[in-house]
Design a protein around this ligand. Structure first.
Ligand code: HEC
Length: 149
């Protein structure tokens, strides 16, 4: 009986902490971008490739992040926001036109590599969004490579 009460109490305390955590705001502000600087807008890929990019890269590497319901629940929301922030820092497809052509070329090389090696999209992301098939990987790799100078 006593054990049951202890568990109930602990559960209640954890629940209260979880509720309080929800009030800590998550910074989801995005920097201003010009629509014309967007990677997809500039490179005009096929519909299939656009879909692949939006579904597998744009949530972390653009300002057009789509937030699933669980990304609003702390502490998960902090962890996801951190990934998105870090992802945008490394590569922001929304700001593609702002990069020098050398930098674009370098990023394209990295994109092809990361997809080939299965490092991108991140594992934690593919768990909830599904992973790229081998065919899809190849389509993306070829697209990134074809844009290189
Ligand atoms: C869940 C968020 C997320 C998704 C989805 C995602 N990335 Fe990333 N990406 C990151 C983070 C975080 C980093 C920086 C840390 C790292 O390299 O692991 C990164 C780094 C990169 C880098 C730089 C690697 C380096 O070493 O310089 C490239 C290139 C990249 N991602 C390409 C892509 C491509 C292409 C896709 C889609 C096929 C994609 N990413 C999907 C979060 C993501």
């Amino acid at each position: 009986m006593r054990k049951g009460r202890f568990l109930k109490k602990t559960g209640l305390i954890l629940l209260i902490i979880l509720v309080i955590l929800q009030f800590i705001p998550v910074d989801r502000s995005v920097s201003k971008v010009l629509a014309g600087d967007d990677f997809i807008a500039m490179t005009k890929p096929t519909e299939k490739i656009e879909e692949l990019l939006r579904a597998n890269c744009y949530d972390c590497h653009s300002v057009e992040t789509k937030h699933p319901w669980y990304s609003n629940v702390a502490p998960l929301s902090w962890w996801i926001a951190h990934h998105v922030e870090e992802g945008r820092e490394e590569l922001n497809f929304s700001n593609w036109g702002k990069m020098s052509s050398e930098k674009q070329d370098h990023k394209l090389e990295e994109c092809a590599e990361e997809v080939e090696e299965g490092k991108m999209p991140l594992k934690s992301y593919t768990l909830t969004h599904g992973s790229l098939s081998d065919d899809e990987k190849e389509i993306l790799e070829d697209w990134f490579e074809s844009l290189r100078e």
